[in-house]
Design a protein around this ligand. Sequence first.
Ligand code: CP
Ligand code: NVA
Length: 312
Amino acid sequence: MAASPRHFLDLRDFDGAALGRIIASARQRKQARSGWPKGKPDPDLPLKGHMLALIFQRPSTRTRVSFEVAMRQLGGEVLALSANETQIGRGETIADTARVLSRYVDAIMLRASDHTHLAELAEHATVPVINGLTSLTHPCQVMADVMTLEEERGPLAQQKIAWVGDGNNVAASWIQAVALLGGELRLGCPEQLAPEPRNLAWAAKNNAAIRLTTSPQDAVRGANCVITDAWVSMHDEDAASRHNLLKPYQVNAALMKLAAPGAMFMHCLPAHRGEEVTDDVMDGPHSAIFDEAENRLHIQKSILLHCLKPGA
Ligand code: CP
Ligand code: NVA
């Protein structure tokens, strides 16, 4: 029987050492090409001859561009598909799509409208599948975020992190990252928008230092990194009630004052300026938002290499 493909579906499928190796390899490649033009490939061309398909059931700027540029810098080829322009849009099953695409390409990244689509794709594909965001998690984003935080402030295990707002897909991957790599995470979320209990229970079993509160102030007090995200994610439909619930959770100068002096601010972007975060925090001296965006490129490379070139 053929070996199972090396998927990248969720952080909790890995151990901390494996995640640490992926981040270390991203850091090395980033340093090695510092100042180079973006179109210049990495000299070793490790994915020469490999083809990656990107499927989007939802819009994207960062995930699409960072995967495309990453694949090209590694010497590979890429094709991006909007799911609606494929037969998925007319009802062809994800399982059959997985079987067909596996005959054409070496790996598939999916941005899914629903987490079950990712699971179905991974079950039926014979090539690696990468999670490019689902309704439940966003692991590639949080790998880039951990890389960014560690570049600025040292090992995750030494950080006090506050998540403020919706207990959403990005928060879920942060919960998994902290459970596997260490650090303290306080989540300040309205009760109705608390993180998924199953994910929290899994993290508790891993002895993660994670605490949940409904108070944004309690979450942020003394933290050296404050993170938030959109109030309404791409799969959410209840925009008006979310705005009402989340208004007290805005990250602004007054909230940041409760954090440790010089605390970093992070946001996966796109941001809704004036809603979940104010301009002065977004554009302030301790905002790492564009470093996070840049690190998407570097981390995608090591995720692709993990999936396609084990041991390289
Ligand atoms: N952060 C992120 O995934 O951005 P995109 O939706 O632009 O891909
Ligand atoms: N939580 C957001 C992240 C966007 C990158 C969403 O799912 O829309």
